[in-house]
Design a protein around this ligand. Structure first.
Ligand SMILES: Nc1ncnc2c1ncn2[C@@H]1O[C@H](COP(=O)(O)OP(=O)(O)OP(=O)(O)O)[C@@H](O)[C@H]1O
Length: 363
């Protein structure tokens, strides 16, 4: 998948801007605060119906404007074009159109234009809270697996119902039989989510290893799933997962009623990233942390590409900072074979397959 052209009207800093990247690597360079990330964010809107780093629609509206409009033209690897329009008016829900047809739900856009991002804010995936890592798995899986997204949305609804019920048992002494029904429902969905996540992590690791090998830095990555259900879920046979989780819920029922919330399940699970057999979060340097995140994203890019048959768009914000020259060259070498990448940086970068575009020339 590649972006042919995008037009921005009243989006963030840009009143009007047209950007047409090259088919391989484009580096958009310029001073801090000149609006480079704003362009990546606009592309991200057209692929995932939202801005980068969970920004709100109204935050993306230019300070002096009452609406913003984005129009992107994409072409898949077979050359079939797809146009996406996102329009937002102050205090009104945004509208998204694919080839002029308005989408009923934003989730209909997910997966149509596969996209992988790297942004310094995403370093929290490696060194931040478990929620960030769960979000990473959920976003990645939702792009490639529609039934995962359905299960996840249903799981969230059931979780809410069960938490309400736990509250009712606690406060009003409600009968626990109905709790058992909701525990079963929750466990069924939890099992499919955890199984999909485990398979995803296993596959992702298969892709991370060669990325690190090609980087040739002598650093060895590792990744594992940590289940709030007690022990490493990847040690449990899939057919035993349901009874294992049900048993776990029985064990913690008193605690759950006391706290009025569900204390086990995929909404509490985590990932552990390792590096040379130590926890990345605790021992990696800034540059190593960034390299780890980039390696995860390069691996994800290949995984999505192999799963969907379509090479995702690669959006990389502020890619080069805190990386030494060797790391930058090695990463660019890997991006060369990855389809279209759009990178932002403060300085121009020249090299094979790389086109540098000054932000000033776009304004
Ligand atoms: N809604 C908005 N309306 C107008 N200007 C905005 C809006 N949101 C952000 N900006 C401006 O956009 C600029 C930031 O743009 P952006 O993050 O794209 O910069 P950048 O070139 O990527 O910078 P850096 O190199 O520091 O990452 C800031 O000057 C900010 O004030």
């Amino acid at each position: 998948m590649r972006l042919q052209e995008i037009q921005l009207v009243n989006f963030r800093k840009h009143k009007e801007l047209v950007f047409a990247p090259s088919e391989a690597i484009t580096v958009v360079y310029g001073p801090n605060g000149s609006g480079k990330t704003n362009i990546l964010e606009a592309v991200h809107y057209c692929t995932l119906a939202r801005g980068l780093n969970r920004s709100l629609d109204r935050e993306c509206l230019n300070f002096d404007a009452g609406y913003f409009l984005l129009q992107g033209t994409f072409a898949d690897d077979r050359g079939i074009e797809l146009s996406v329009k996102v329009s937002y008016e102050k205090n009104v829900e945004k509208k998204i159109f694919i080839n002029s047809d308005e989408l009923k739900k934003y989730s209909q856009l997910i997966g149509r234009i596969p996209c992988v991002t790297f942004s310094p804010m995403e370093l929290s995936l490696v060194n931040g809270s478990p929620q960030e890592r769960r979000r990473f798995m959920d976003n990645a899986l939702s792009q490639t697996n529609k039934s995962y997204l359905d299960d996840l949305l249903q799981y969230r609804r059931v979780l809410q119902q069960r938490n309400t019920l736990l509250g009712a048992v606690n406060e009003k002494g409600m009968d626990r039989d109905s709790l058992e029904v909701w525990t079963e429902k929750l466990t069924q969905l939890a099992c499919s989510i955890v199984s999909e996540r485990l398979a995803f992590i296993e596959r992702l690791f298969v892709y991370i290893e060669p990325v690190y090998e090609q980087l040739g830095l002598g650093e060895v990555p590792g990744i594992s799933y940590r289940s709030a259900a007690g022990r490493h879920a990847n040690e449990i046979a899939p057919e035993e997962l349901f009874s294992f989780m049900m048993q776990r819920f029985r064990e913690i029922e008193h605690q759950e009623i006391f706290r009025k919330q569900s204390l086990a399940g995929p909404h509490r699970d985590d990932l552990v990233f390792r590096f040379n057999d130590t926890d990345v979060k605790k021992y990696a340097s800034q540059g190593q942390l960034r390299t780890f995140l980039i390696a995860v994203k390069l691996a994800l890019h290949t995984l999505v590409s192999d799963t969907t048959g379509e090479r995702p768009l690669f959006l990389l914000d502020d890619l080069f900072s805190e990386l030494d020259g060797t790391r930058i060259e090695k990463i660019l070498e890997q991006l060369e074979g990855a389809g279209q990448s759009i990178i932002t940086a403060t300085d121009r970068k020249d090299g094979s397959g790389v086109r540098s575009v000054s932000i000033e020339d776009l304004l």
